[in-house]
Design a binder for this molecule. Structure first.
Ligand SMILES: C[S@@+](CC[C@H](N)C(=O)[O-])C[C@H]1O[C@@H](n2cnc3c(N)ncnc32)[C@H](O)[C@@H]1O
Length: 319
């Protein structure tokens, strides 16, 4: 077996183990990182274009408006480490603004997107060393060598993906990033801010039903890869804002009592029973700054849109 098929086999085993463990838990849950197989990544790109999904549009607007200032604050010849940068639309805007970036290390669980965007960036930025890493950033990973000489390492974590972490896990993850960039390093991070719950709920319940398709693709993926028999017609997408926790909660809800087989295991679901597939926390500027400070990051600046719906924050690890 070559390296790629060994990696695919081990990724499949992780997928099976985590799916079976998540469905055996009470309440049941499936990790949101598994949304992003090829069809899932494609559906997510469609979500980014939806009129209700203000998140991507607003973050891009902030980058376009303040890109030069952001680049000046990050400084010249940096090493940019992109976490979950997906199709790379935002990273492209940032790289175009940066002053002679030295190295770009995108890390994403979605291998196909990573390869495509890296290929595109190699053509667009011939002087930039691009070292893609197809990995789960929740697990320990190593940064590839060689590394061009760079002035500092900056993690770029767009899309408010940190919102998928519960606050304690977010602090823990951010402290790993403190270690990763080291003293003098930085973190540029996109955060979806708290706002009217109707705006948030509409963003995760679009009229065209793309988010529902994206959510249900997780079951379709389990069918495809693990030989399961989820009947997608008997599951409903359900997304609701929880004001006490400040988060949107996304579930797959069983429409009837049903029995599902995954390989040689069977799971019984009651009608109305839910599987949690994602939390997306919406932070305040003060709340997120505090969370990052607890992890060891020092707040530098935040750029927002006129409505203060989204914030692009910059933190450093003080010397
Ligand atoms: C919500 S999308 C955001 C995409 C893009 N950054 C944006 O802002 O539009 C999350 C991205 O993170 C990646 N991702 C999610 N969980 C991951 C994990 N545990 N490890 C590595 N990549 C992950 C997905 O493949 C996807 O590209």
């Amino acid at each position: 077996m070559n390296d790629k098929s060994t990696a695919t086999e081990s990724a499949k085993k992780v997928f099976r183990d985590e799916v079976l463990a998540g469905l055996a838990r009470s309440p049941r849950q499936l990790p949101c990182k598994f949304f992003y197989d090829e069809p899932g990544a494609h559906l997510f790109r469609q979500i980014c274009e939806l009129p209700e999904y203000y998140v991507t549009r607003t973050e891009i607007k902030i980058l376009r408006l303040h890109g030069a200032e952001i680049a000046a604050v990050l400084g010249p010849q940096i090493e940019l480490i992109g976490l979950g940068t997906g199709a790379g639309t935002k990273t492209q805007i940032l790289l175009q603004e940066l002053d002679r970036p030295a190295v770009y290390v995108p890390i994403d669980i979605s291998r196909e997107q990573l390869e495509k965007s890296s290929e595109r960036f190699r053509k667009m930025f011939p002087n930039l060393q691009i070292l893609p890493v197809a990995a789960d950033y929740l697990e320990p990973f190593e940064l590839p060598l060689p590394r061009h000489l760079s002035s500092r390492s900056v993690v770029y974590f767009p899309g408010s993906t940190i919102g998928n972490f519960e606050p304690e896990a977010a602090t823990e993850f951010l402290s790993r990033l403190v270690e990763l960039v080291g003293e003098g390093g930085g973190l540029l991070i996109g955060i979806d801010l708290q706002k009217d719950r109707h705006v948030i709920e509409a963003a995760y319940n679009d009229n065209a039903g793309v988010t529902a398709k994206f959510n249900k693709n997780l079951l379709a993926r389990i069918n495809r890869e693990l030989g399961a028999d989820f009947d997608l017609g008997r599951w409903q997408h359900y997304a609701i804002y929880n004001p006490a926790e400040g988060r949107i909660e996304i579930y797959l809800m069983s429409e009837t009592d049903q029995c599902v087989r995954i390989g040689d295991q069977t799971f019984q679901f009651r009608g109305g029973e839910k599987i949690l597939t994602e939390y997306s926390y919406k932070h305040t500027i003060g709340g997120f700054t505090m969370l990052a400070r607890q992890a060891g990051f020092e707040f530098q600046q935040v750029w927002t849109d006129d409505q203060r719906w989204f914030g692009v924050f910059y933190f450093i690890v003080a010397n």
